[in-house]
Design a protein around this ligand. Structure first.
Ligand code: 6PG
Length: 247
């Protein structure tokens, strides 16, 4: 029986720059991975897309390569652009190039969102079915869920105007981005907020305003979706560089 504690207060880690933040998050991942494997025999991690995680991925593939229990790790995505996995905009491709092809993770433990299927609705349902199989039909509780944040406060592909932002039952939904590629797939808030640990990695002065809003629990998620990420029985950490940290 999971006792739903009150949503965790965000823990803010202000780092000098993205390099330091990436190293700090890598250390957090190693700690969580080793604890999860010792406790349950496996570690489930959700990757975010965009550009900010690139350096983190490189660090995990080099400095910390041997510290992560890759043989017992399962990798998922929080969102994906509706493009082929070899497309330059693909979140899978970015993670594969910067991390996955450099570490000994069994292929069957890498779970990309299936953008090769006929349409986004079919793909969202298929990913939800895959998650249900891996989490024995229960709402997935990821050991670690990595998120970024856009300058408009979006996270994963939950944009201020997305219907996916207010979805209360589906775990995976199509969503529409304001920038190309507009068609996306995203995990929804019920899944994000069921995670054992959520880690935001945020960098850059263009994120300073949404960062302050995301930390403020009174912020309307329709204005800053990241403010709606409050794991109900898990940890919440923001690793930000000085440029993105609230003044
Ligand atoms: C995506 C991401 C998205 C990303 C933010 C920040 O598919 O684009 O998952 O949520 O985290 O847009 O992107 P940057 O790190 O490139 O600023």
């Amino acid at each position: 029986m999971v006792h739903h504690m009150s949503p965790a207060e965000p823990v803010l880690h202000i780092c000098a720059d993205l390099e330091e933040a990436s190293l700090e998050v890598a250390r957090k991942i190693v700690e969580l991975a080793q604890t999860a494997v010792a406790t349950s025999g496996q570690f489930s991690i959700v990757l975010s897309g965009g550009n900010t995680p690139r350096r983190l991925h490189e660090v995990l593939a080099t400095d910390y390569r041997d510290a992560v229990p890759w043989a017992d790790t399962h990798v998922f995505w929080g969102d994906e652009r509706w493009v082929a996995h070899d497309h330059p905009d693909s979140n899978f491709r970015m993670a594969d190039e910067t991390l996955l092809r450099h570490v000994p993770i069994p292929t069957g433990q890498v779970h990309p969102m299936p953008t090769q299927l006929d349409d986004p609705e079919v793909a969202a349902d298929a990913y939800q079915t895959q998650l249900a199989e891996l989490f024995e039909g229960k709402l997935p509780r990821f050991d670690l869920l990595l998120l970024g944040m856009g300058s408009d406060g979006h996270t994963a592909s939950l944009f201020p105007t997305s219907a996916a932002l207010t979805e209360a039952t589906a775990w995976v939904m199509p969503s529409e981005a304001p920038s190309e590629p507009r068609q996306r797939l995203t995990l929804t808030l019920p899944v994000l907020n069921n995670a054992a640990c959520v880690v935001f990695l945020i960098s850059g002065s263009d994120k300073r305003t949404p960062m302050a809003m995301a930390l403020d629990s009174t912020t309307d998620p329709a204005i800053c979706p990241a403010a709606a990420v409050r794991p109900h029985s898990g940890q919440l950490h923001f690793y930000v560089d000085r440029a993105a940290s609230p003044a």
